[in-house]
Design a protein around this ligand. Structure first.
Ligand SMILES: Cc1cc2nc3c(=O)[nH]c(=O)nc-3n(C[C@H](O)[C@H](O)[C@H](O)COP(=O)(O)OP(=O)(O)OC[C@H]3O[C@@H](n4cnc5c(N)ncnc54)[C@H](O)[C@@H]3O)c2cc1C
Length: 227
């Protein structure tokens, strides 16, 4: 498939939001949590979670962090609105499973938040009556992707809790790492669904800690960005 870049927004100094649109003759139908694999002009292929809801209009958003030493992202940083990208997708099974009568925790660092933005939006729109926690890890406040939007959702939906955790900055919010937060919130081991997304080291640690809390494979789901 082919998509045209319609806009690019600098979300932070190292993260960009890419807005894409496929042609009128194709139907690009995707579920919250799925990803696309971009095929760059030099034949490099890299996957990116879709960071937006399916509006039925063939438009979608990607949220990408620059790896200055990397192969693909420096090429993406050269792209401009109007440029086109080849891609495969939608792909992946990291999606919301059967509606569960229990609380949800979405645990991520950095651009690992991308699939959670549409997943949480879908849950909130469905009117689900459970507590939904977004536990987002970053280094400094500048790393808090979509911060204003999540804060607005928290105002609007009493069941949604946005918990940013910073490892490098002293601030009024939580300091440290994401793991301590869900360990506290779910210390009682009550039934819950955990969705974890980001780089392998964080996912590996979360898998170990969730097991220690007594959770199993039907209760937690992972998307590893370098797995
Ligand atoms: C299913 C899936 C979905 C993904 N979704 C996203 C997404 O929504 N947004 C996004 O930014 N990336 C996402 N990624 C990661 C993405 O595919 C690339 O790996 C990333 O953009 C780096 O590509 P590169 O070619 O620039 O770097 P490479 O040349 O591939 O980088 C070299 C090495 O650096 C590591 N690396 C790169 N960046 C980081 C980082 N920030 N922290 C730790 N290690 C890093 C890689 O694991 C690799 O070992 C996803 C990966 C998968 C598998």
């Amino acid at each position: 498939m082919q998509a045209t870049i319609t806009d690019i927004i600098n979300e932070t100094p190292s993260v960009r939001r890419f807005f894409l649109q496929t042609g009128d003759l194709t139907v690009f139908d995707f579920k919250p949590g799925q990803f696309v694999t971009l095929k760059l002009p030099d034949a490099t292929e890299r996957s990116y979670s879709i960071a937006s809801l399916n509006g039925g209009n063939n438009a979608f958003e990607l949220c990408i962090v620059l790896n200055p030493e990397g192969k693909a992202t420096p090429l993406l940083w050269q792209m401009k609105p109007g440029d086109t990208l080849e891609f495969d997708g939608p792909l992946g099974q990291f999606i919301l499973h059967e509606p569960a009568p229990c609380d949800y925790a979405f645990v991520c660092t950095g651009t690992g938040v991308a699939p959670f933005r549409p997943m949480i939006q879908e849950l909130l729109k469905s009117g689900v009556q459970r507590q939904i926690y977004l536990i987002f890890g970053g280094r400094n406040q500048v790393d808090l992707l979509y911060r204003k939007e999540f804060e607005a959702w928290q105002e609007q939906y009493p069941g949604f809790h946005y918990i940013p955790v910073l490892s490098r900055e002293l601030w009024e919010g939580r300091k440290g790492y994401v793991h301590a937060v869900y360990e506290e919130l779910f210390a009682d081991g009550r039934d819950a669904r955990f969705y974890v997304c980001g780089w392998q080291a964080m996912c590996k640690e979360a898998r170990m800690r969730l097991k220690q809390l007594g959770y199993n494979r039907r209760q937690y789901f992972f998307e590893e960005y370098d797995g």
